[in-house]
Write a protein that binds this ligand. Structure first.
Ligand code: HEM
Length: 486
């Protein structure tokens, strides 16, 4: 029975694709590799890390090319001028997001900020976010939580390394730091750490492991709807099951805060809005906001710190220069604070250079055209998925001198155009959490440089290969030797 359904659905897909191919909107499309297979199109080309595959394709087919992923037309751009065209002239048309299965569940039926289509609803969410979550004023009220989490990390590392160099695994410690920072902001609670052994924390940690597996993943059914209809590999069923558990957890968290108007957590602030505008600030909207803080705001920052530290270990001269800068500006009597960051341009350039070489979202987040438009003179039909290969632009020798070398000095005295360096994206849908990310990354990295001497665990350089995962993790979690200073 399943086979008959499969054949019927495949025939339908072929008919739809043929109709699309012969329509005028689908003429003058960007160049496309000839390797398209029946039904799946170019899906067979996708092997992680995809930004490298797309970079190779752009060298062959040019800075704009198109691919057929099952029923979806996908366009990939990889040059500053095309990015500029996408996010200035065509910014509104390209401000939509494709409806991927993940957005139905983790995106609360496409109502959260990341997955919502470009609409009044999305604009309201962004407005709310820029005032209530990401404004400098609001971020300042959570400064003591960030400082406390970083201090805990420093003390824990120092415990083992007061007398001599000790080997430390940094990936998990940095991930825990970023989750604790976000969850203290959201709900005033820590869920990671030796003392956090209560049942709720254990449950949360279990859910986070599952989130890591499912968020950012696109299901094969996103491109071949037939697979969704026949329940291929139970993908949707499993996603729905996991989402149900996560949703119940978040609802419980909100319930705990109902009536606690005096607490300074994001949930309390959002609940106070719910009292005055219950029809808009529903529990679903609040849970959607918590979900994006967890999925978009944690690994992205911790992975960036891990890459930065890895690069510094491979370039001790840069590490030394950063240490000298911190010593000159902050000294060694107190820990570095967020207000010091503006006086530490070299540290800032180290972070920029890390984000250039290892952007946590190398292909940004997929966009979709809401109307026909043109990019680079080619037709881009309505409903095309747009991917921007930021990783390729950040390493393009036509854009950067000596692009694969780690040289923070390259930013000295220059203002880089946004279309050449876009770790946080560009235009309307660019990252609203960049201010928070820069504070967390800057303060953590600065504190680690200030408080410890660092070296590699062997003569061998740190492996800088990218692994599989949403926020471009290192293939090998970072291990290093550190020794507490003073
Ligand atoms: C979107 C990067 C941290 C929340 C994005 C996008 C990128 C990005 C590239 C997509 C832009 C586009 O679609 O063109 C990063 C990096 C981070 C980081 C590199 C850290 C180093 C954060 C944090 C938060 C956050 C800390 C919140 C706590 C979001 C949200 C969106 C987004 C909500 C979706 C915006 C929308 O669709 O309107 N981020 N991000 N991000 N980011 Fe971040």
């Amino acid at each position: 029975m399943e086979t008959i359904w499969l054949y019927t659905a495949l025939s339908l897909v072929i008919i739809i694709l043929s109709l699309k191919f012969f329509s005028t909107r689908h003429r003058n499309l960007p160049p496309s590799p000839t390797l398209a297979l029946p039904v799946i199109g170019h899906l067979h080309l996708l092997k992680p890390p995809v930004h490298r595959i797309f970079c190779n394709l752009s060298q062959k087919y040019g800075p704009i090319f198109s691919l057929q992923f099952g029923t979806r037309l996908v366009v990939v751009v990889s040059s500053p001028s095309l990015v500029e065209e996408c996010f200035t002239k065509n910014d509104i048309v390209l401000a939509n997001r494709p409806r991927l299965l993940i957005g139905k569940y983790l995106g609360y039926n496409y109502t959260n900020m990341v997955n919502s289509p470009y609409s009044d609803h999305w604009r309201n969410l962004r407005r709310l976010g820029s005032v209530e979550i990401f404004s400098a004023g609001r971020l300042n009220t959570f400064l003591s939580d960030r400082k406390d989490e970083i201090k805990r990390l420093v003390l824990k590392l120092a415990d083992n390394s007061r007398h001599d160099f000790a080997k430390v695994e940094m990936k998990s410690r940095l991930a825990e730091l970023s989750f604790n920072i976000i969850m203290r902001m959201v709900a005033g609670k820590r869920y990671f750490g030796e003392d956090e052994d209560y049942d709720e924390a254990k449950r949360f940690r279990g859910l986070i492991k599952e989130i890591a597996k499912s968020s950012g993943v696109s299901s094969p059914g996103d491109f071949l709807p037939v697979l969704r209809w026949i329940g291929y590999q139970n993908f949707e069923k499993n996603l729905a099951k996991f989402f149900g558990k996560m949703d119940a957890f978040l609802e419980g968290l909100i319930d705990e805060h109902r009536g606690n108007k005096n607490d300074n957590t994001m949930i309390d602030h959002l609940l106070s809005f719910q009292e005055s505008q219950p029809e808009y600030y529903t529990d679903q909207i609040i849970k959607g906001i918590i979900m994006i803080m967890l999925t978009a705001g944690t690994d992205t920052s911790s992975v960036t710190i891990e890459w930065a530290l890895s690069l510094l270990l491979n370039h001790p001269e840069v590490l030394e220069k950063a240490k000298v800068e911190i010593e000159a500006q902050v000294g060694s009597d107190r820990l570095i604070d967020e207000h010091d960051l503006s006086n530490l341009p070299y540290l800032h350039n180290i972070i920029l250079e890390t984000l250039r070489l290892f952007p946590a979202a190398p292909m940004l987040v997929p966009h979709e055209s809401s109307a026909d438009c043109k990019i680079g003179g080619y037709n881009i039909p309505r409903g095309t998925m747009l991917l921007v290969n930021a990783w390729a632009i950040h390493r393009d020798p036509n854009v950067w001198n000596d692009p694969t070398s780690f040289k923070p000095e390259r930013f000295e005295g220059i203002e880089v155009e946004p279309s050449k360096l876009m770790p946080f994206g560009m235009g309307r849908r660019s990252c609203p959490g960049s201010g928070l990310a820069q504070r967390v990354v800057g303060l953590t990295l600065g504190s680690l440089i200030q408080s410890f001497d660092w070296k590699r665990i062997s003569e061998e350089k740190i492996d800088l290969a990218e692994g599989k995962g949403v926020a471009m993790p290192k293939v090998k979690p970072l291990e290093a030797m550190c020794k507490a200073r003073n």
